[in-house]
Design a protein around this ligand. Structure first.
Ligand SMILES: NC(=O)c1ccc[n+]([C@@H]2O[C@H](COP(=O)([O-])OP(=O)(O)OC[C@H]3O[C@@H](n4cnc5c(N)ncnc54)[C@H](O)[C@@H]3O)[C@@H](O)[C@H]2O)c1
Ligand SMILES: [Fe+2]
Length: 394
């Protein structure tokens, strides 16, 4: 993914895209391409195209310089951040006596910043905080500036860190690790190449669907999740096909935020519990793992909660379902697969290089992942192995 070409947008193109935004208002976008007429300043007009030219990190440091806030840059976070990277970041923070953290990028830097923030005030190793609400002290303040439309890590109480000795991704879920400020600006997302746009968008869809079928969902999370699904169904293809389409980027930014609001309270399910193991063992992109597992796990869930798929089908634009849950499940699974295919997600785990001889270990670790606790149907370890097999062969 890193080798893909980034979108580069000349200033004049940004200006003309801003012009394109003049006919819509984000708040009125109902995911069906109806928009109230716009009467004020465009949503994104205050975002300087200069960010694209001089490098976004410089744009942040310039502001810090102007207001006389000292800083040190830690650029050691890689995709799927590890316990060792957290330790390196913490060492740098302590050496320089920093009193807050700004994370800039996608889910990986946000999660790493949260983990560093936890250790700065709670002490110990990051492994001590795996699970739910294990910290005792507020973390060091974190400001998260987000550049992908997927994880919502900029606003959630989750931090996902790879344990390099066990090769598993630890889920640290804790109300004390919410960043104090989350910045979502779709102009910062224009540079995402197609593969990253697709993977992160499918991550957001997975958040929305897992939150919706979660056993601890509530009407607020349901509303957020359903609207996120509607936006992703309508705009992810456009964002992938033309990364400079600001309307699609903006809608995907709102979608990932809404999906994040949903799963932050309703939590997730077995797609994430299983995807974390694939990410930890093979260092695969998180959103791609989710996208491949999503239809298989939802087919499994649909046996327990078929009725929930009627609303998901409705959000996907199927208004002829009525009470027919069986038809709803069929349409939802078909739509997930065709969206994945259209945005270029690999078809199965085989294409991702996953090895069937690892299924046993992957399933063993899946059973311990805190994200699985809220899945509507509880699989046995053997059933998880079967789910991995189905995702391998589909
Ligand atoms: N904390 C949570 O709530 C939560 C939820 C889901 C996933 N996650 C975790 O988040 C991580 C994945 O994060 P991600 O999918 O946002 O990707 P990422 O942060 O791992 O970034 C992937 C790559 O994209 C590049 N990139 C980021 N923004 C870019 C942009 N605008 N233009 C061009 N390149 C850009 C990065 O430099 C990196 O090389 C995984 O470790 C996953 O487990 C966390
Ligand atoms: Fe995710």
């Amino acid at each position: 993914m890193a080798a893909e070409k980034e979108n580069s947008v000349p200033e004049v193109a940004i200006e003309s895209l801003h012009g394109d935004l003049m006919d819509f208002q984000t708040q009125g976008a109902h995911g069906i391409n109806y928009h109230h007429l716009y009467t004020g300043t465009a949503t994104l007009s205050s975002c300087p195209p200069v960010l694209m030219r001089i490098g976004a990190v410089k744009a942040i440091t310039k502001i810090l310089d102007e207001v006389n806030v000292g800083y040190v840059i830690f650029d050691g976070t890689e995709p799927n951040p590890t316990d060792n990277q957290v330790d390196e970041g913490l060492a740098k923070l302590k050496e320089n006596d920093c009193d807050f953290i700004i994370s800039f990028g996608g889910g990986s830097p946000h999660d790493c910043a949260k983990a560093i923030g936890i250790l700065a005030t709670n002490g110990g190793k990051i492994h001590d905080y795996e699970g739910v609400n294990k910290t005792t002290q507020a973390m060091l303040p974190v400001v998260s500036i987000n550049t992908t439309a997927g994880t919502a890590a900029e606003l959630t109480r989750f931090s996902i860190i790879t344990d390099t000795s066990r090769h598993v991704k630890m889920a640290i879920i804790d109300w004390k690790i919410t960043p104090i400020i989350a910045v979502d600006d779709s102009v910062l997302m224009i540079g995402m190449p197609k593969g990253l746009t697709a993977a992160t968008g499918m991550d957001a869809l997975t958040h929305a669907i897992e939150a919706y079928v979660s056993i601890i969902s509530n009407p607020v999370t349901d509303a957020s999740a359903l609207h996120a699904m509607k936006l992703i169904k309508n705009y992810l293809r456009d964002a992938v096909n033309d990364g400079t389409n600001l309307k699609a980027r903006d809608m995907m930014s709102y979608a990932e935020f809404l999906a994040g609001m949903a799963f932050n309270s309703a939590s997730l399910g077995y797609v994430h519990a299983m995807a974390h193991q694939l990410g930890g063992l093979y260092i695969l992109p998180h959103g791609v793992c989710n996208a491949v597992l999503l239809p298989v796990v939802q087919e499994f869930n649909a046996k327990e909660v078929p009725i929930l798929f009627i609303d998901i089908a409705e959000a996907f634009g199927h208004h002829d379902i009525r009470e027919n849950a069986e038809l709803a499940v069929e349409r939802v699974l078909r739509d997930i697969r065709s969206l994945s295919k259209d945005v270029g997600i690999p078809r199965n785990l085989q294409e991702l290089g996953v090895k069937p001889e690892d299924f046993e270990l992957l399933a063993e670790n899946t059973m311990k992942d805190a994200c699985g606790f809220t899945n509507p149907r509880k699989p046995t370890k053997e059933e998880v192995i079967e789910l991995f097999r189905l995702a391998y062969e589909q």
